[in-house]
Design a protein around this ligand. Sequence first.
Ligand code: AP5
Ligand code: ZN
Length: 212
Amino acid sequence: PHILILGAPGAGKGTQSDRIVSEFGVEHVTTGDALRANKEMDISHLDLEYDTPGEYMDQGELVPDAVVNEIVEKALSEADGYVLDGYPRNLEQAETLSEMTDLDAVLYLDVDEDVLVDRLTGRRVCEECGATYHVDFNPPEEEGVCDKCGGELYQREDDTEETARERIRVYEENTAPVVEFYDDEGRLVRIDGEQTPDEVWVDVKGAIESNA
Ligand code: AP5
Ligand code: ZN
């Protein structure tokens, strides 16, 4: 299936996408991870405000569409089924996406802003396998060590309180209209993202099974 997962920063898109990958055997296409792996990429030939994606990301701003659209187009063309996470983030990207592919299910994880900040500032990520933890809500068995692979856990550079709040602001301004766009098309499945990860998963899995 072709699955799109929408939600604010910290809503749980990555957490649920990992489960979708295991259950449905699709690929996880995530612009955030793709850009983090290419933070130092030279984009100076595009003549934009900054010369690397990382300079936008560390301030919580969106990386320009020209850079992101290309990454997504390539990843989707190579994937059989996918869960797309982190894209589209503005209406222009949503229109570009509809020219690239068809979607079977559009899921939206609904979470309140004050919950988002707590989730982002407490998040820890495995540097080896990318598994995501939270110091309070989903702690690893041994502090700082990944349960799955023994890798070291780190905090993302954009997970400081200040940058987290800026990312949420950028989301409200640019990405909330994307949620409306799919809602107006009548295809948005709204899921209560403030439940526990297991409870959210029950809803996510059910929505995919009945739509895809
Ligand atoms: P990106 O990596 O996409 O970040 P994001 O959208 O801010 O999303 P997050 O990864 O922060 O949150 P998530 O929803 O995946 O939450 P998670 O599951 O980890 O983008 C980063 C940057 O890249 C952007 O700021 C931008 O600069 C650039 N970028 C990316 N895509 C772009 C695009 N298309 N165009 C332009 N620029 C782009 O969960 C968060 C925490 O909560 C974790 O600690 C987790 O353990 C915990 N948690 C999860 N679910 C629950 C639950 N149900 N209950 C309690 N805790 C939970
Ligand atoms: Zn790991």
